[in-house]
Write a protein that binds this ligand. Sequence first.
Ligand SMILES: [Zn+2]
Ligand SMILES: [Zn+2]
Ligand SMILES: [Zn+2]
Length: 422
Amino acid sequence: MKLYDCDLHIHGSYSGGVSKNMLIPEISMQAKLKGLDIIASGDILNKEWLRHLKENLCEENGCFRDKKIDVFYILGGEINDVSNVHHLFFLPNFESAEILRKKLSSYGRLDGYGFGRPSISLNAEKLACIIEEANGIIGPAHAFTPYYSMYSHFSSLQSCYGAQVKNVFFMELGLSADSYFADLISGNHGLAFITCSDAHSPWPHRLGREFTRIELKKPCFEDLKKVFMEERERIKLNVGLDPREGKYHCTACNRCYSKYSIESAKGLNWRCPRCKGTIKKGVRDRIMELADFKEEVHPEFRAPYLHIIPLAEIILMATKAKDINSEAVQSTWHELVSKFGSEIKVLLDVELSEIQKIDEKVARHIGAFRQGNVLYISGGGGKYGEPIICASQEELELKKLELRDVLECNSTFKGQKTLAEF
Ligand SMILES: [Zn+2]
Ligand SMILES: [Zn+2]
Ligand SMILES: [Zn+2]
């Protein structure tokens, strides 16, 4: 068996709001640089994208691989049901995809130019039945976000999937939650957790910004399904942003992003007094409403969760460059990644003295990140949170005082382990 770093939720360029660069050759190349081994195909129900996948992937013993680069793909996609809940699904092969397309096409629109997620007039239970008939597996996508998620519309897995709950084995946590939050709800303890990017562009601060490390016999659907159903201990690590970086972490106004406690939001009838915008309930508060536990608790098989910051963001902070796509950030990113093999290695494994030879400031920032000297301005209302890397524990304490008003929806910060400690 081998460890694979997997990003199981992306979108292709034929979907609405997605970069035209999200094509298999580019995705594979960027995945390689990032250090990812398996990517979910995304958008398999889109006819044009399905054709693009068939053109660019080859099949070897049930595994799909880019014809030119050594990156594997799991076929699948995302779909919106009648209650506006998004689900991820995975399929064994192209035949299943054709069957599913045919079955679902009578229930709604599956594709079209610039079209968003395929949307059908079936509830989750009926959808799960059809996915099963096509030999696929289904689970909630970004399960806690205030829009288009299971927990924004239902209070349990059972109430969403009905009798089909017996066939739901995994859940995508989404950017605003992590295993700590998700396991506060006891109904989630039977599920495998996956952390994915939901990337709409292939650049390294998007693709693989969250990923799951899984031990597999073969990089294929059948073995992944086995992991989700029976051998969840083969999920070795969930890697993702600190939930405070997620754009729906705190309860906040969706226009001016002012943050509110859940009590004051209720008192204000979810209307922002500053700008008259709508206050959106944050993932953190939604989880607290549903939580069965007050303290951290996990099933035995649950993998540790490692919080990371994309390398490009760290370089941006260290160099104080204008933006993440600037030449200064991109050239340093490429230099580091080509020298050390992948972004994940640079972030977690390479000796700081080695990174120092390329850029001293970046090395210092990576060191501080590894030590956990990071503060977060929490996201909310649709605005991403922001990490602040501090040079030392002292600086961190000072900044904490200085920023205490904006860190408000902030749980007490805990330093984190390095990869070597897991
Ligand atoms: Zn979605
Ligand atoms: Zn998506
Ligand atoms: Zn407002």
